[in-house]
Design a protein around this ligand. Structure first.
Ligand code: UDP
Ligand code: MN
Length: 322
């Protein structure tokens, strides 16, 4: 339907790459909806061009420039910069219904059925399930709602400093009012759940439709060896399901990097992909019990170059998924 759209947001080139992968994944899964990317003024020209090739509509939202209520809200709450930018999705009133998706999400299958839901539908947050996670939500663009959201923002701020705090404050009966507004967790499977509730992940993870790489480390924080189909973790822990991370990188390297290369032309750009030299092969040690591993994860002691290396985690999860 022409008046329904998936919407995402990118204010930097890094998030723009996330948006490119998300857009490609939505297309590959044959969505019948329009695709809209909201971008900030700092997204580079080549990245804007690639986004325009993938998305039906790329809209610049510069709330500091706008001179409207958003601008006023920003002046009062400079701490809520990206949040107020995200709220701009409610101004897309040429669509009757939209699904917002964070730029760090990836769809694994067609999720057009989300449009059967009403505002505000979202999945529970894994950290506090009485709150919804604002990485994936169904909404109805409306100037009136937009105004109320901005007003709420200026008056109450955000209890977590981001959009999730504002939106949960505003749509504050989500937890109890209407179960049809609770999206199943498979529409916003956050990587965190793999380590906090592994048996449930083993049972249901194979049904995942949308993965969300929430948290500090994003897919683009890693580097990738496309020949060996291998992720190089560098200094960071693997905080996401490595198979999902590989899905992200495989799509990025095959479909997005060629477009970026075209747009950058002679200008230097870092794709995040490296040529494989085999220097990252790791010795496989005997695995400790899952209880020990869980305890170590919970204490933040991921042995990312050893037992929690990408290869080892992948091997284990592959057997679970089988
Ligand atoms: N975002 C952005 N620029 C930023 C930070 C966030 O464009 O500097 C957008 C982007 O769409 C991102 C969303 O806001 O996916 C929410 O932020 P993030 O995904 O980093 O939060 P998390 O899901 O990790 O809580
Ligand atoms: Mn996110």
């Amino acid at each position: 339907m022409a008046d329904q759209a998936f919407v995402t947001l990118a204010t930097t080139d890094s998030y723009a790459r996330g948006a490119m992968v998300l857009g490609k994944a939505l297309r590959n899964n044959n969505t019948s909806k329009k695709l809209v990317a909201l971008i900030g003024p700092h997204v580079s020209e080549p990245c804007q061009s690639v986004l325009k090739r993938i998305y039906d509509e790329v809209k610049l939202v510069d709330v500091l420039d706008s001179g409207d209520t958003a601008h006023l809200a920003m002046m009062k709450r400079p701490d809520l910069g990206v949040t107020i930018t995200k709220l701009h999705c409610w101004t897309l009133t040429h669509y009757s219904k939209c699904v917002f998706m964070d730029a760090d999400t990836l769809v694994l299958s067609n999720v057009d059925e989300l449009f059967e839901r009403e505002e505000l539908s979202a999945a529970p947050d894994p950290g506090w399930p009485d709150c919804f996670n604002s990485g994936v939500f169904v909404f109805r663009p409306s100037v009136e709602t937009y105004g109320k959201l901005l007003q709420f923002c200026t008056e109450h701020g955000s209890f977590d400093g981001g959009d999730q705090g504002v939106l949960n404050g505003f749509f504050n009966d989500w937890a109890t009012a209407d179960i049809s507004k609770h999206l199943p967790f498979i529409y916003n499977l956050s990587s965190i759940a793999i380590y906090t509730y592994l048996p449930a992940f083993k049972q249901y993870g194979g049904n995942a439709k949308v993965v969300h790489f929430l948290g500090k480390t994003k897919p683009w924080s890693y580097t990738f060896d496309p020949k060996a189909k291998r992720l190089l973790g560098g200094e960071q822990e693997f905080t996401s399901h490595p198979t999902f991370l590989l899905d992200w990188w495989t799509l990025y390297a095959s479909a997005v990097v060629p477009m970026l290369r075209e747009q950058y032309g002679d200008q230097p750009f870092h794709s995040g992909c490296v040529e494989g030299e085999g220097s990252f092969s790791q010795e496989v040690k005997p695995q400790p019990s899952s209880k020990e591993r869980k305890e170590q994860w919970e204490q933040g002691q991921a042995d990312y170059m050893g037992m929690d290396s990408f290869d080892n985690i992948k091997r284990r999860l592959d057997t679970f998924l089988k």
